[in-house]
Design a protein around this ligand. Structure first.
Ligand SMILES: C[S@@+](CC[C@H](N)C(=O)[O-])C[C@H]1O[C@@H](n2cnc3c(N)ncnc32)[C@H](O)[C@@H]1O
Length: 205
């Protein structure tokens, strides 16, 4: 029997934390930031990488895939962002919920949407909570929390960057800053730990 690889869509790919340990699949990754995408491309040269808008890509291309993982930015939902948002007025980004509803009703394969625990009661109840993450998915999975390094949130220096790189097993030299954030470790803190990504991926099929 001919074995065909699963076609996987990895949205808001970042550095590819959740994807790092996936095997036997054909991955298309979508990431908006060209500098982050450049690191992803080096780490996963076998993936098809789209530099563009993940939200629109899902709408236009979902039918081509068996599995979708989506990790929309958490900045407008996270408790941390609320605690530090003194003068900045902005709305929480509803594309998170648009994708959950869209995937749940119109996508034929398996999906996972990942975010961090929000500062408000989630508008759609998550199907799973693991450590600092919340998940919405259309299959059941069990996953163990991966212990974080001490002072995870406060690792804001170049040595903090190295600590998080070693913890994730994701290494690169350049300092890349996420939006207006001045911390070289922020894009590493954005990552789902590869062991957590693998545990969930393995239970999707
Ligand atoms: C939470 S991080 C994803 C982390 C990733 N799941 C991992 O484990 O490494 C979100 C990423 O989405 C990217 N991003 C933000 N808006 C985007 C958009 N509209 N389309 C594609 N990527 C976007 C950001 O640059 C950031 O790298």
């Amino acid at each position: 029997m001919k074995y065909t690889k699963r076609k996987v869509l990895n949205l808001y790919a970042g550095l590819g934390g959740n994807r790092q340990k996936w095997e036997n699949c054909e991955v298309t990754a979508v990431e908006m930031d060209p500098k982050i995408a450049a690191v992803y491309a080096r780490l996963h040269p076998e993936d098809t990488l789209i530099i563009g808008d993940a939200h629109q890509y899902l709408l236009d291309h979902h039918e081509e895939f068996d599995f979708v993982w989506s990790s929309p930015p958490c900045q407008t939902h996270s408790r941390m962002a609320k605690a530090t948002r003194h003068k900045l007025n902005r709305y929480s980004d509803m594309s998170l919920y648009q994708e959950i509803i869209f995937l749940d009703h119109f996508f034929k394969g398996q999906y996972v949407v990942e975010n961090v625990k929000p500062f408000y009661k989630p508008l759609v109840e998550p199907t799973q909570k693991v450590g600092r993450h919340v998940f919405w998915s259309n299959f059941e999975f069990k996953a163990d929390e991966i212990k974080q390094p001490k002072n995870f949130i406060n690792q804001a220096t170049v040595s903090g960057k190295k600590l998080l790189q070693d913890w994730l097993g994701i290494h690169y030299d350049e300092n890349i800053y996420y939006g207006n954030n001045h911390c070289p470790a922020q894009i590493l803190r954005n990552c789902v730990h590869p062991d957590l990504g693998l545990q969930i991926f393995n239970q999707a099929f």
